[in-house]
Design a binder for this molecule. Structure first.
Ligand SMILES: [Zn+2]
Ligand SMILES: [Zn+2]
Length: 157
């Protein structure tokens, strides 16, 4: 979706505020597309922007749904991932010259790229639909969550 600025926060009101002042926002979004394979849905975030000595500190907590494929039974299932991160946007001042990020001139911070990045880091490498997923029978490929095949009955005996 183009023109979607929901994760842009104008922190201009904090620039001249005293150190320690902050504001919290609950930002929800129906979906966030990373690429053709990764689409997060039902994203919920709590964003705190704080005025600190060096600039603006953004603290973000987020969770989102993601469709995953179970590595054991190969069935798709809905997973939920969550992440938290802090990011400092420094003022352009000499003592901040080694900062990683600078607050843009207009004081608008776009959290979307970071949010995507951190959510992607939380994607499980080996997603499992449930801790007791029985997986597929190695002999006939039956999904053992749905029914037990003859091979399994033999194994258990
Ligand atoms: Zn499974
Ligand atoms: Zn079998």
């Amino acid at each position: 979706m183009k023109g979607n600025y929901q994760f842009r926060i104008n922190t201009g009101f904090l620039v001249n505020a005293s150190v320690g002042e902050y504001r919290e926002f609950d930002i929800a979004a129906p979906s966030l597309k990373v690429d053709e394979d990764i689409l997060f849905t039902e994203i919920q975030t709590v964003v705190r922007v704080s005025r600190v000595q060096q600039g603006i500190l953004v603290s973000l907590k987020a969770s989102a749904n993601i469709d995953l494929d179970c590595v054991r039974c190969l069935e798709p299932f809905a997973g939920r991932v969550s992440c938290t991160f802090d990011d400092l946007y420094a003022f352009h001042m000499r003592q901040n010259s080694d900062a990683d990020n600078f607050l843009p001139e207009n004081a608008v911070i776009d959290l979307e790229p970071l949010l995507k990045e951190y959510l992607v880091l939380e994607l499980p490498i080996n997603p499992i639909c449930s801790a007791d997923c029985k997986g597929l029978c190695p002999e006939c490929g039956a999904n053992l969550n749905i029914d037990a095949c003859e091979h399994q009955v033999k194994d258990e005996a």
